[in-house]
Design a protein around this ligand. Sequence first.
Ligand SMILES: Nc1ncnc2c1ncn2[C@@H]1O[C@H](COP(=O)(O)OP(=O)(O)OP(=O)(O)O)[C@@H](O)[C@H]1O
Ligand SMILES: [Mg+2]
Length: 297
Amino acid sequence: MDAASEGDRGGLRMENIIEIKGLVKRFGDKTAVDGLDLSVRKGELFGFLGPNGAGKTTTLRCVSTLTGFDSGSIVVAGFDLLKNPAEAKSRMGVIQQQVSLDKDLTIRENMISHAMYHDIGKAERNKRIKELSDFFGLEEYLDKPVDSLSGGWKKRAAIVCTMLHHPEVLFLDEPTSGLDINARRLLWDVIKNLNDDGTTIILTTHYIEEAEALCDRVGIIDKGKIIALDDPQSLCERVGKVAVECHSGGKTDYRYFKSREEANTYASSLEGDVSIRATNLEDVFVEMTGKSVGGQK
Ligand SMILES: Nc1ncnc2c1ncn2[C@@H]1O[C@H](COP(=O)(O)OP(=O)(O)OP(=O)(O)O)[C@@H](O)[C@H]1O
Ligand SMILES: [Mg+2]
């Protein structure tokens, strides 16, 4: 499905909660985002994959109003960021890669301070803190100082802070980087639960398995542009859904085929240690960006 036809599925026009057209963001001579177009549907869990420096964080920062942009247009929940930034902002929540909780405060005090920033009254605030802390299993940590929590729990607390004002869209920049496997899986459940509850989620990740496990659609971004955008399975089919790996002479060669038969024919012509498997998003990423995940090949 290409960018022009996205939004239509099964003959139904689906509502886009984010519409980005021709987004450009420069830092001096460097063009970090280079004419990026993207529509995200209401209720979608959307993932950005891309090499270091591709423009993922910058795009998220532009859309979530943390930084300005040089040209293009961004509409969130029907509000143009240039015309109605406050309206758009009130519908969004952002978790940046480095969680920004105030270390001098307890977790509850951090939540109260976020609620005050969004003008949420005391009764509503306390109800919401209770509701969300129950949902995230944070009750026992509420009155503890920020630094007594591990990275994974800090991330959850930051998500609660961000969810207090009922944002319709949540941006998560590398939500699970640096977390251990258990914390990552717990956070995946948190992200899925929020999405099931109707929150549109846009995340960036370097973990292919995270994109495969969570995302309805994935956009691969390289040099400030989206170079591929689809659901994970369709992206794999685009490259060829059957992969043949041949290990020979200390090197591994990868080839992709549309069918098992074609893959078998090719594999039988090879010498060395040959294996046939399903293509995954990591293959797609390497094929499309010419780089291994997170760096140069
Ligand atoms: N504040 C800034 N000043 C100057 N250049 C910047 C700034 N922020 C980002 N850039 C540059 O813009 C480009 C895109 O950076 P960005 O942080 O958006 O990439 P990314 O895809 O999030 O990468 P990573 O996977 O490493 O987080 C990079 O070349 C980066 O060096
Ligand atoms: Mg980044």
